[in-house]
Design a protein around this ligand. Structure first.
Ligand code: ADP
Ligand code: MG
Length: 470
C-alpha cells in the first residue's frame, strides 16, 4: 500500500471512530502531502498531512496525535510519525466553523505564533495541551435565580467575580447535588473570562486525570505551568480528590503557587471541608482559610421562578397551575426540577399537545418510581468501568483509545436508558461533554446494537451487573 492509500484508509477509519463534530472540525479535508525523513537514517517515516488552519493543526498535533499514529502505524505495518501543517488548498472551505469544539479552543488565550515546518526534520509531538472543560453557556449570573436559600452565596460569588483574589480567597461553595454549585462556579468563570482573565474551570476528576497523564508522560513541568498560569482557577467537585494522595499533593502546591501570586481559587464540594474525612489536614485548613458558603435546597417561590424562566427561555406556555404543581412536587433539588420540566416539555411536544395539568401529573408520577428502580449515574459508570477494566477517570476523561471510546459510548447509552439523567446531565457526568455528544453516542449505540452481537453482549453483561447491584 502506498503512503497516499495508507492515509486514505486512516482517514476513513478516523471518520468511523471519532464523533462527527470532532471529525468535521479537525480532520475533514486533511490531505496527504508527502513523506519526510531521510531514508538512510533509521528514524520512522513521517507523514506530512495538510490541514486547513492552525487550530486543526494544534489539535491534531497535541491532542489526537497518539490515536492517529496508532491507526496509521497499524495500517502501514510500520512505526510512523506524523506532522501536520497548514495547507492553503484545504483552507477557505472549512476555516473556523462554528462547532462546539472551536469554542473550547477559542477559550485558550495563548494562541502560538505560526512556526515554520521543516520537511527534512522529524518533528516529535509535543506534550498535548491539557484540556479545559468547556463552560456551559447557560450557567451565567443572569440565569441564576436568587432566593433566600442561596442569596448570600450568590452575592459572595458576584463579589469574587468582580474582585478576584482580593476579597475571599479561596472561595468554597458546598451543598448537595443539583443545587447550583457548578452553575455558580461557571458564572464566575464566564464573568472573569469576559474581562480577559485567564480562567481555568475544571472538575477535579479531570485535574486528576491530567496529572496521571502528565506523570506517565513525564511532563509534570508543563502540567504545573498550565495550572499555575491561571488568574482564576475553579475546581469543581473537589470532594473527589479526597483520598487521592498524589492529586492532593499536587493540588496543594498549585494552590500555594496561585495564592502566593495573588490569584483567585474557587472550589465546589458536595460537603463542608470539615466533612471531607480523607482530605489532608493541610488542604482542609487551606480550603477553610477563605470564605466557605453553602447552598440550600430552594424554597417554593424560587423553584417556581426558575421554572417560569426556563419556560420563557424556551418559548413554552406553561400554565400557572402546571408550574405550581411541578414546583410544589419537585422539592429536593433543581436538577430534578429540570428533569421533570424537560420531561414534561418533551412529552407534550412529542404528543403535540399543550401542557395540561393531567399530562404533567402523569410525568411526575413516572418520576416518583420506587427508589430501587432509580439507578444513578455513578452506578452505571462504575459497572461499565468494571466491565471494560478501565478506570473511572479514564471513562469520563478526555482520552480516546478505541476501548475507552466504546466503553464511554456504552456508558452514555446506558445512562440514558436506565437512569433519570437528562442529556446535559449525562454530558456533565462525562467531564463536561455537550449534550449533542451524548445524543450522538446514544444514537450510534442504538444503530450498532442492531447488528453487533458482541456489543449487545457487552451491554447485556453491564445491565445484568446493574441488576445485581439493586
Ligand atoms: P450542582 O453542581 O450543585 O450539582 P448545578 O449547578 O449543576 O448543581 O445545577 C443543576 C441545574 O440546576 C443546572 O441546570 C442549573 O442551571 C440549575 N440551577 C441551579 N440553581 C439554580 C438557580 N438558583 N437558578 C437557576 N437555575 C439553577
Ligand atoms: Mg456540579
Amino acid at each position: 500500500m502506498n503512503p497516499q492509500e495508507a492515509w486514505n484508509t486512516t482517514y476513513s477509519q478516523l471518520e468511523i471512530q471519532l464523533d462527527r463534530a470532532s471529525f468535521d472540525t479537525w480532520l475533514r479535508g486533511a490531505v496527504f502531502l508527502g513523506l519526510a525523513g531521510d531514508e538512510q537514517d533509521d528514524l520512522a517515516p513521517t507523514f506530512i498531512i495538510g490541514v486547513p488552519n492552525s487550530y486543526a493543526r494544534d489539535m491534531l498535533q497535541h491532542r489526537m496525535y497518539r490515536d492517529i499514529r496508532r491507526i496509521l502505524s497499524e495500517i502501514t505495518g510500520a512505526q510512523v510519525e506524523l506532522c501536520f501543517e497548514i495547507h492553503k488548498a484545504v483552507s477557505g472551505s472549512i476555516e473556523a466553523p462554528e462547532l462546539p469544539l472551536f469554542k473550547l479552543l477559542s477559550q485558550q488565550p495563548d494562541t502560538q505564533p505560526e512556526q515554520p515546518v521543516y520537511h527534512q526534520q522529524i518533528i516529535r509531538p509535543q506534550r498535548p495541551e491539557l484540556p479545559e472543560s468547556e463552560l456551559n453557556p447557560r450557567f451565567t449570573f443572569d440565569r441564576f435565580v436568587a432566593g433566600s436559600a442561596n442569596r448570600m452565596t450568590l452575592e459572595a460569588a458576584l463579589a469574587v467575580a468582580e474582585h478576584p483574589a482580593s476579597l475571599y480567597n479561596p472561595f468554597l461553595i458546598y451543598g448537595g447535588v443539583g443545587l447550583g454549585k457548578t452553575h455558580l462556579l461557571q458564572a464566575i468563570a464566564h464573568s472573569c473570562r469576559e474581562r480577559n482573565m485567564r480562567v481555568i474551570y475544571i472538575p477535579s476528576e479531570v485535574f486528576t486525570n491530567d496529572l496521571v497523564d502528565a506523570i506517565r508522560q513525564r511532563s509534570t513541568a508543563m502540567f504545573r505551568e498550565k495550572y499555575r498560569s491561571a488568574d482564576v482557577l475553579l475546581v469543581d467537585d473537589i470532594q473527589f480528590i479526597a483520598g487521592k494522595d498524589s492529586t492532593q499533593e499536587e493540588f496543594f502546591h498549585t494552590f500555594n503557587a496561585l495564592y502566593t501570586f495573588n490569584k483567585q481559587v474557587v472550589l465546589a464540594s458536595d460537603r463542608h471541608p470539615s466533612q471531607l474525612t480523607t482530605l489532608e489536614d493541610r488542604l482542609r485548613s487551606r480550603f477553610g482559610g477563605g470564605l466557605v458558603m453553602d447552598l440550600q435546597p430552594p424554597e417554593y417561590e424560587t423553584r417556581l421562578a426558575i421554572l417560569n424562566n426556563w419556560a420563557q427561555e424556551r418559548g413554552i406556555q406553561l400554565q400557572a397551575s402546571v408550574a405550581e404543581m411541578i414546583a410544589e412536587r419537585s422539592k429536593t433539588n433543581i436538577r430534578d426540577l429540570e428533569g421533570v420540566f424537560n420531561q414534561v416539555v418533551a412529552t407534550t411536544q412529542f404528543a403535540r399537545r399543550p401542557v395540561t395539568l393531567d399530562l404533567a401529573e402523569n410525568v411526575l408520577d413516572g418520576y416518583s418510581r420506587p427508589r430501587h428502580h432509580q439507578l444513578t449515574m455513578a452506578r452505571v459508570l462504575e459497572a461499565t468501568a468494571k466491565h471494560f477494566k478501565v478506570s473511572m477517570a479514564d471513562l469520563i476523561g478526555p482520552r480516546r483509545t478505541a476501548r475507552l471510546t466504546q466503553a464511554r459510548q456504552i456508558a452514555m447509552y446506558l445512562a440514558r436508558e436506565v437512569t433519570m439523567a437528562s442529556l446535559p446531565q449525562i454530558g456533565e457526568a462525562f467531564g463536561g461533554r455537550s449534550h449533542s455528544t451524548v445524543l450522538h453516542s446514544c444514537n450510534k449505540m442504538t444503530d450498532d446494537l442492531e447488528h453487533d452481537d458482541l456489543l449487545r453482549a457487552d451491554v447485556k453483561a453491564i445491565q445484568a451487573a446493574l441488576g445485581n447491584l439493586d
